[in-house]
Design a protein around this ligand. Structure first.
Ligand code: BV8
Length: 260
């Protein structure tokens, strides 16, 4: 367990946030755990128990067995549709509303930040670093679509060119879209406060963002019940579930109570 620098939220962080700093946040699967969406590190349940996500979330896996990979994402879409944003997601929307310049970069493709209202406030920005499970794209033309024909034979075919449709997400071995990379780098380089929430800080290039913030002399806060490679370097470590500690943070800083 990394040094538990503060069991409670330190006054320095509360006072700093009250000064309305430029703030950037990186989230990972951990912030959706309390919505009932399994994290990447948890074993896949049921049908998918025998698969490793890092094996399935690749272009090679899709090429080898498009039906299997499409089925995995269909299963995750149904799971996510039954989930709801939790208090951790809602607390980040409050922060976006309270702060002049708030950029949220999420590694998650579950759309829960958007459903909570993130990225829709003046001065707010939501960067979907690894895409969104509710969008698909044609493998031939990279044409992105939000709706697609339900077909007997899955994956569906592009209505324009007949090519296979795939989830509009970034797979292992694929580059993060340039626009998302640029927005995330800009946020990490210019922020005064950087939160890293619910991520194992393993997968690149997302995992470098908190370290870029440290290089830019930002005040870095980690929210994660478990230690990660960032833990020894963060200015503050809050080893608690995001759904508990983030509502407490917005209550202490802005006096805003988030009800269940
Ligand atoms: C790239 C979308 C350039 C899909 C994801 C060999 C060949 C090719 C590439 C590589 C290679 N070796 C290394 C690489 C680079 C690779 C990489 O980093 N690999 C790792 C494994 C070392 N990266 C890439 O491939 C990236 N692209 O490098 O392009 C390139 C191009 C061509 C050739 C070479 C290089 C693209 C990576 C994107 C992959 N897509 N997701 C999908 O979701 O299906 S990654 C996926 O896993 C997530 O999006 C996330 O980014 C990542 C890690 O997951 P986390 O979000 O951190 O979740 P995790 O389960 O790991 O941890 C949860 C955490 O939450 C835990 O710490 C837990 O303690 C905590 N927690 C739990 N409950 C709570 C909580 N915290 C707070 N509150 C709670 N309640």
């Amino acid at each position: 367990m990394g040094a538990n620098k503060h069991a409670v939220i330190p006054g320095a962080l509360i006072n700093l946030l009250r000064e309305d700093p430029i703030t950037a946040v990186l989230t990972g699967a951990g912030i959706s755990a309390e919505s009932g969406v399994p994290t990447f590190r948890e074993a896949q349940t049921g049908l998918w128990a025998q698969f490793d996500p890092q094996e399935l979330a690749t272009p090679q896996a899709f090429q080898k067995d498009p039906k299997l990979v499409w089925g995995w994402y269909q299963w995750r879409r149904e799971l996510v549709n039954q989930a709801a944003p939790n208090l951790g997601h809602h607390a980040l929307v409050v922060m976006e509303a309270q702060l002049q310049d708030f950029r949220l970069i999420t590694q998650n493709i579950d759309n829960l930040h958007y459903r909570a209202g993130s990225g829709q406030m003046p001065g707010g920005q939501l960067v979907e670093f690894h895409g969104n499970i509710h969008r698909t794209k044609c493998v031939e033309e990279n044409l992105v679509m939000n709706f697609w024909p339900e077909m007997e034979e899955m994956p569906p075919q592009c209505p324009r060119c007949g090519g296979l449709l795939r989830p509009d997400v970034v797979w292992f071995g694929e580059s993060v879209p340039e626009s998302a990379q640029n927005a995330a780098l800009e946020a990490a380089r210019t922020c005064q406060v950087f939160f890293s929430i619910g991520t194992s800080t393993v997968v690149e290039p997302a995992a470098s963002l908190p370290f870029i913030a440290l290089q830019n002399k930002a005040f870095v806060v980690e929210v994660n019940p478990e230690p990660t490679p960032l833990t020894p370097y963060a200015d503050v470590v809050l080893p608690q579930p995001a759904g508990n500690i983030l509502p407490e943070l917005v209550r202490l800083v802005w006096g805003i109570e988030l009800n269940v």
